[in-house]
Every structure is written in structure tokens, then in C-alpha cells.
Design a protein around this ligand. Structure first.
Ligand code: PRP
Length: 213
């Protein structure tokens, strides 16, 4: 794990991620393999995103003697940005089965590349919770920027953003507009092309995950 070049960004490096990113990037990968690879990387990202959660302690009895037990001492709200974010959220729920889930519906206008909001449903308790916003692609950063601003307006104070592939342009935007938000990502790619697609990227994550290409 290495931090670079943005202070609030953690790039997770792992052989399984390198292998599975290759599967995701490959234009010939079919939907079933795409889903499998995305879910495996999501587990690694979730593990790292949850690393610094506070713990409470309490006494428990093993069959042999008393010892100290631990529980996670932090409410968690997972917020996938629809649609593609849904592919990442299950991994977090595997680790935190009692997490609440909010949904933000956004798509990027193909001409203007600006995010368009179409749905939001955020659970109560957002002020105190650790809010983990998930979206596999951070391209211009417009969608993530809007999502984080909206959640802050709703009262969120502890936010993290988890993405699979990030473009420097998107990281720059989050660095400027949300310096308080830590981003965890599996790849920092080269740049955006003229259509605001990440290069080399993997194309449209939502379409490839849901088989709508
Ligand atoms: C993609 C992706 C992000 C957004 C990234 O979603 O999943 O939400 O675009 O682009 P940005 O950083 O430039 O805002 P898309 O609009 O394709 O919607 P989908 O998830 O429904 O496919």
C-alpha cells in the first residue's frame, strides 16, 4: 500500500488486484468474469477502507477463561452511486452486515459529461456515521463531487470515497473540493480522453457489470 501523489488518496497495490484489473480492462471479458473480478477487488478495497475503525472492548468467556472481546464502535452507512456502485457495496456489507445503505442515483450526461441526479435515499444517522461512498469509476470527478457535497449538506461529517479506477483529473477535483475525504482506489490511470473516459480504463463499468452494452 502506497500513498501518492495526492495526500488524501491511498492506492492499494496487490497481486490479486493486478490480475483482476487486467480481467476488467480486457475488452473480451464477458459479464460473468467481469462481475467476479470486480467483486474480488471490492473485498480488498473494503478491507482497507475499514482498517481504522474504532473498537469497543468488553469481557467474554471462552471455553477456557475470560478474555477481552471487541466490537466495531462506529455506525457505518454505505452509499453506492447508482448504478455501477452497487457492484462494490456488497463487499462492505460482508464485513459490516448491520451497515445501513443509502442510494444516490446519478448518470453522466454523454454530451456535457456533467452528472445528472435522479434518485436519493439516505438513511437516518448520517451525522454520526462513517459514510463510505462507492463508485468504481472516478473520471472527471463530477459525480463523486456532487455526491459528497450532497451528503455533507445532509449532515455527513465522516466520509470516505472508494473507487476501483481513478483518473488524475477526478482525484484533483476531490482534492480541491473535499480535502477532508480520504479516497481509496485500486488504480490511478493516465488521463481522460476527449469523451471524458478514463484511459486506459475499462470502458463503462455500469454497462459492463450489468450487461447492458
Ligand atoms: C459512471 C461511473 C461514475 C461516473 C464517473 O457512471 O460509474 O458514476 O460515470 O464519471 P465522472 O467522474 O466524470 O462523473 P454512468 O454515468 O456511466 O452511470 P451508470 O453507473 O448508471 O452506468
Amino acid at each position: 500500500m502506497t500513498s501518492r501523489p495526492f495526500e488524501r488518496v491511498t492506492l492499494i497495490e496487490h497481486p490479486v488486484i493486478a490480475r483482476d484489473l487486467t480481467i476488467l480492462r480486457d475488452i473480451n471479458t464477458q459479464t460473468d468474469d467481469f462481475r467476479g473480478a470486480l467483486k474480488r477487488i471490492a473485498v480488498i478495497l473494503a478491507y482497507h477502507a475499514l482498517k481504522e475503525l474504532p473498537l469497543s472492548t468488553f469481557p467474554i468467556e471462552t471455553p477456557v477463561r475470560e478474555t477481552t472481546g471487541y466490537d466495531i464502535d462506529q455506525d457505518i452507512i454505505v452509499v453506492p452511486i447508482l448504478r455501477a456502485g452497487l457492484g462494490l457495496s456488497d463487499a462492505l456489507l460482508q464485513f459490516i452486515p448491520n451497515a445501513k445503505v443509502g442510494h444516490l442515483g446519478m448518470y453522466r450526461d454523454e454530451q456535457t459529461h456533467q452528472p445528472v441526479d435522479y434518485y436519493s435515499n439516505i438513511p437516518e444517522g448520517i451525522e454520526e456515521a462513517m459514510v463510505l461512498v462507492v463508485d468504481p469509476m472516478l473520471a472527471t470527478g463530477g459525480s463523486a463531487d456532487d455526491a459528497l457535497s450532497y451528503l455533507k449538506k445532509e449532515g455527513a461529517q465522516h466520509l470516505r470515497f472508494i473507487s476501483l479506477i481513478s483518473a488524475p483529473e477526478g482525484l484533483q477535483k476531490l482534492d480541491e473540493n473535499h480535502p477532508d475525504v480520504h479516497t481509496i482506489t485500486a488504480a490511478i490511470d493516465e488521463k481522460l480522453n476527449d469523451d471524458a473516459f478514463i484511459v486506459p480504463g475499462l470502458g463503462d463499468a455500469g454497462d459492463r457489470y450489468f450487461g447492458t452494452t
